[in-house]
Design a protein around this ligand. Structure first.
Ligand SMILES: [Zn+2]
Length: 261
């Protein structure tokens, strides 16, 4: 059930019966010229719809904004930064805690959000709560290595194609354009350069690494509705079963009050 659809009476009934809540979290950021800025929140909200149907679990309004400072330079990107997301997720979970929620699931669509969500979860653990972060794209790559992707590549493009093909504009596709730091320091990953057979992290904006705005082994041109449907179906099934297991799990012992988020 969606919190935004409940009256306070219905919400109180839920909090009296169950102690779990699901919060979709995403980002508004560049995903290349072929893919929509809201990719990272649209996919978790799609998965949340199935959780709602299958588990009748409480779904919070999605947090559309996340940590995307590294995508500045691409028009339309809107980041609230680490502090912003930690404050937002912290304040919301703190109030849910007050209503009796002890199990939190962040359905996350963006890797840049990980640290802020983990830090909120650690504070909740001190208060006797358990917090899980379900990163759908990592789960997809673990279920099937063919589904593993980068950023704005075939994996994310296929997922959005399956949800709403109108949000993909392949006519604007640009080829991958990795920019080495120097002849000796080629791009080896979205945050790394290769040197001496190893990867060194270099802090560069996404636009400096790949001006086309996407990165990965998975070319967006490989994406298809079939890929997206199969992948989202399998990942969503896994997350449904995981959330059910989390609801059965024992809660950690309370070790403190948890610092205010
Ligand atoms: Zn994304």
């Amino acid at each position: 059930m969606y919190l935004k659809h409940l009256s306070y009476k219905q919400a109180a009934d839920y909090f009296a019966r169950r102690d779990i809540a699901v919060i979709p979290v995403g980002s508004i950021e560049n995903h290349g010229p072929h893919l929509c800025l809201g990719t990272d929140i649209i996919i978790p909200e799609h998965i949340a719809e199935v959780l709602n149907r299958e588990l009748d679990v409480l779904i919070l309004p999605g947090l559309s904004y996340g940590v995307a400072d590294h995508h500045h330079g691409f028009v339309g990107t809107l980041s609230i930064g680490y502090e912003g997301l930690k404050m937002l997720a912290g304040r919301i979970t703190e109030q849910l805690y007050g209503y009796g929620i002890r199990r939190f699931v962040f359905l996350n669509g963006h890797g840049g959000n990980d640290q802020a969500l983990m830090d909120v979860g650690l504070m909740l653990e001190a208060k006797g709560c358990i917090t899980a972060i379900a990163n759908w794209w990592q789960l997809a790559g673990q279920l099937n290595p063919d589904w593993a992707g980068g950023h704005g590549g075939g994996e994310e493009t296929a997922a959005i194609m399956a949800i709403d093909p109108a949000l993909v504009s392949m006519e604007h596709y640009l080829p991958l354009s990795p920019q080495p730091v120097s002849d000796e320091l080629p791009v080896s990953g979205v945050r790394t350069v290769g040197f001496g057979g190893a990867d060194f992290m270099v802090a560069r904006r996404f636009k400096s690494v790949t001006p086309s705005g996407w990165y990965g082994p998975d070319d967006p041109r490989e994406a298809s509705v079939e890929w997206g449907e199969q992948m989202l179906g399998a990942v969503t099934r896994l997350i449904v079963d995981f959330v059910a297991a989390l609801e059965r799990a024992p809660l950690p012992e309370q070790t403190g009050r948890g610092n205010r988020c």
